[in-house]
Design a protein around this ligand. Structure first.
Ligand SMILES: Nc1ncnc2c1ncn2[C@@H]1O[C@H](COP(=O)(O)OP(=O)(O)OP(=O)(O)O)[C@@H](O)[C@H]1O
Length: 183
């Protein structure tokens, strides 16, 4: 079974999946790394320092890599909601996301573009459109370990044929960053 962990850059997908990977309980595929390493893209956008993934190639490759000794395969990427039917969307309040992205040395334009996308719920809306099941975790407060505990709770619930309480606790729609656009 494939589960995506998606969200705007800087919301914590890689930090949390790297911790999860160490536990060796679930398979983790860091998709952005794979796309670059295996050149699963159709174009390079040098100006924006990103690639345009070829999603047909990506999906085919992910299916080949799924290792069935694990009960579940987690895909870490802001593109994972295009290939998994169940996704966890990580969210971060824009002022905190700004601190995280600025530390990466991104340009002001690139930071602002990502903050707007987060405030407009772009990835959440895409996930709801594309996926049958969507969970949402706010990573604004708390530590990476807290986010990991929430992710594990969701994954265990998925494997236990869904727990109503967990589904309600992480149901999408709990965050609202629209005050970014109020002045
Ligand atoms: N509660 C939290 N949950 C997850 N990450 C957190 C949390 N608090 C702080 N962080 C930090 O936020 C940063 C998130 O960066 P990370 O690279 O994991 O994001 P990402 O979503 O994978 O971004 P990208 O899509 O660019 O790969 C990390 O440095 C992490 O330590």
């Amino acid at each position: 079974m494939l589960v995506g962990i998606t969200g705007t850059p800087g919301t914590g997908k890689t930090a949390v999946t790297e911790l999860l990977e160490k536990k060796r309980k679930y398979q983790v595929i860091h998709l952005n790394e794979l796309i670059r390493k295996e050149r699963l893209y159709s174009e390079m956008d040098r100006e924006r320092d990103c690639v345009v993934a070829d999603m047909d190639l990506v999906e085919k490759r992910v299916k080949e890599l799924v290792n069935r000794i694990y009960p579940l395969t987690l895909i870490d990427s802001h593109l994972s909601h295009y290939i998994a039917d169940t996704v966890i969307v990580l969210r971060t309040r824009p002022d905190i996301l700004q601190e995280r992205l600025s530390k990466r040395g991104y340009s002001v334009e690139k930071v602002e573009e990502n903050l707007d996308a987060e405030a407009l719920d772009v990835i959440l809306v895409e996930s709801v459109e594309w996926c049958g099941e969507v969970f949402e975790i706010d990573t604004t407060k708390g530590s990476v370990e807290d986010t990991l505990a929430s992710v594990e709770e969701i994954l265990e619930s998925i494997l236990r044929e869904r727990d109503q309480e967990i589904q309600q606790r992480y149901s999408p729609g709990s965050v609202d960053w629209s005050d970014r656009f109020l002045d």
